[in-house]
Ligand binder design. Structure first.
Ligand SMILES: O=C(CO)[C@@H](O)[C@H](O)COP(=O)(O)O
Ligand SMILES: [Fe+2]
Length: 229
C-alpha cells in the first residue's frame, strides 16, 4: 500500500461520472492518481447523499491503490465494520459523528485499517489533541462538507500550520479536502499538508472517454506544489 508521506493526489470520485464509476477509478489511477478518495454522505450529517459500503465493495476491484473513505455520516459507529469489509484502507470520521471518537478510532485500527479524523472548518484542533496517538491521518476540510466544487476557505491554512506543529514527529498524514486547485494546493503543502483531495479540479473538463484531461489536471496540481515540497 502506497502509504508513505510523500505528496499524494487523491481525486474525489464525487466529481466522477456516477454511471461509470469503475472505469473512472481505473482512469484516474492510470493518469497518475496516488489514492482514490470516496465521499460517503448520509443526507443528515451533511446535506447530500452519495453511496454506501456496497458501492465501495463494487469499486474495490477497480482500485489498485489506497481506497481513502471519508465518512460524513452520523452516527458513524454502526457502519465502520461494513466499510472495513468493503475494502476501505483508510476510514476517516468526523468527531461530531459519534460520542466516543477515541473508541471509534480503536475500532478502525482493530479492524486492521488506517484511522483518519476529519475536521470541519469550524471544528478546532483541540478536539483531537488526545486522539493523535490513535490517528494515522488528519483531514482538514477547507470547505464545509457536503458538495464538490466549493470555494477554498483560506482561514484553514493557519490551522494546517498549527496541526503540523501539534503532530510533531508522529507518523500522521495531513490531508486537505475541498477547493484544492493548482492555485490553492501549494499554500497548504507549504503549511505542512501531504495529501491533496481534489474532485472538480481533477475531473473538470474530462470524461472516461477523455482520461488524458485527468492526467493533465493531476500533473498541474502536482507541479504547482513542487516549489512548496
Ligand atoms: O468531502 C468532500 C466534500 O464534502 C470532498 O472530498 C469534495 O468532493 C471535494 O471536492 P472539490 O472541492 O475538490 O471539488
Ligand atoms: Fe472528502
Amino acid at each position: 500500500m502506497n502509504f508513505d508521506r510523500s505528496l499524494k493526489i487523491a481525486p474525489s470520485i464525487l466529481s466522477a461520472d456516477f454511471a461509470a464509476m469503475g472505469a473512472e477509478c481505473e482512469a484516474i489511477e492510470a493518469q497518475g492518481a496516488d489514492w482514490v478518495h470516496v465521499d460517503v454522505m448520509d443526507g443528515h450529517f451533511v446535506p447530500n447523499l452519495t453511496f454506501g459500503p456496497a458501492m465501495c465493495a463494487a469499486l474495490r476491484p477497480h482500485i489498485h491503490t489506497v481506497m481513502d473513505v471519508h465518512l460524513m455520516i452520523a452516527p458513524v459507529d454502526p457502519f465502520i465494520e461494513a466499510f472495513a469489509k468493503a475494502g476501505a484502507d483508510i476510514i476517516s470520521v468526523h468527531p461530531e459523528a459519534g460520542p466516543h471518537t477515541h473508541r471509534t478510532l480503536q475500532t478502525i485500527r482493530g479492524l486492521g485499517k488506517k484511522a483518519g479524523l476529519a475536521l470541519n472548518p469550524g471544528t478546532p484542533l483541540d478536539v483531537i489533541e488526545y486522539l493523535l496517538d490513535l490517528t494515522d491521518l488528519v483531514c482538514i476540510m477547507t470547505v464545509n462538507p457536503g458538495f464538490g466544487g466549493q470555494k477554498f476557505i483560506h482561514s484553514q491554512i493557519e490551522k494546517v500550520r498549527r496541526l503540523k506543529r501539534m503532530i510533531g514527529d508522529r507518523p500522521i498524514h495531513i490531508e486537505i479536502d475541498g477547493g484544492v486547485t493548482p492555485e490553492t494546493a501549494p499554500l497548504v503543502v507549504d503549511a505542512g499538508a501531504n495529501v491533496l483531495v481534489a474532485g472538480s479540479a481533477v475531473f473538470g473538463g474530462g470524461s472516461v472517454g477523455q482520461p488524458e484531461v485527468y492526467g493533465r489536471n493531476i500533473r498541474a496540481i502536482r507541479e504547482a506544489c513542487m516549489a512548496a515540497v
